[in-house]
Design a binder for this molecule. Structure first.
Ligand SMILES: [Zn+2]
Length: 174
């Protein structure tokens, strides 16, 4: 379902923000970028979305300055979270926390910890132990007990994340 383009005309910062990140798949694409995925083929494989949709979402995010497109080899590009994009981390963390608390009866599906001290982040992204507000590069992802076990071999991203992973560091897929 496409959002109406007249959101941009509203005098509301939430509406303006949704013009950039409110389209279907965009937040999951951003989540993947924070988890360390960078390449089109990896996003496509993990999200399972049509290539045309992925192309359009990446274009929107690059145009909005949320992602930076970077040529890592002649003709090959990867997508990195820009400074502007890093500012979206608290919003992603808040959405994850809400989902864990309200939509995860079997326990959290994922945890975010302050990597330096190993403590869980609380509401607002504060470290429960040191009371600091770590930036995403100081945060570690860990899978939680509420994740459903799917039959068959583990999906490559799940596999790569199974022992935890520092946000924004490139995720090496098998
Ligand atoms: Zn801490």
């Amino acid at each position: 379902m496409a959002l109406k383009s007249d959101y941009a005309t509203q005098e509301c910062s939430i509406a303006r923000t949704l013009e950039v990140i409110g389209e279907r798949w965009t937040l999951l694409l951003l989540r993947d970028c924070f988890l360390g995925l960078r390449r089109f083929s990896d996003f496509q494989r993990h999200l399972g979305i049509p290539k045309a949709v992925l192309t359009a979402r990446l274009e929107t995010l690059v145009e909005a300055g949320v992602l930076e497109r970077h040529e890592y080899r002649a003709g090959r590009h990867e997508y990195l979270v820009s400074e502007k994009g890093l500012d979206l981390w608290p919003a992603l963390h808040a959405l994850n926390r809400w989902g864990n608390e309200n939509l995860s009866p079997d326990g959290p599906r994922s945890y975010y910890l302050h990597a330096e001290c190993g403590s869980l982040l609380e509401a607002g992204g504060f470290c429960a132990k040191c009371r600091r507000l770590p930036g995403p590069a100081e945060v570690e992802y860990r899978p939680g007990p509420g994740r459903a076990r799917k039959p068959g071999p583990p999906e490559p991203v799940e596999q790569a994340l199974r022992n935890g992973h520092r946000l924004l560091e490139p995720l090496v897929l098998d």
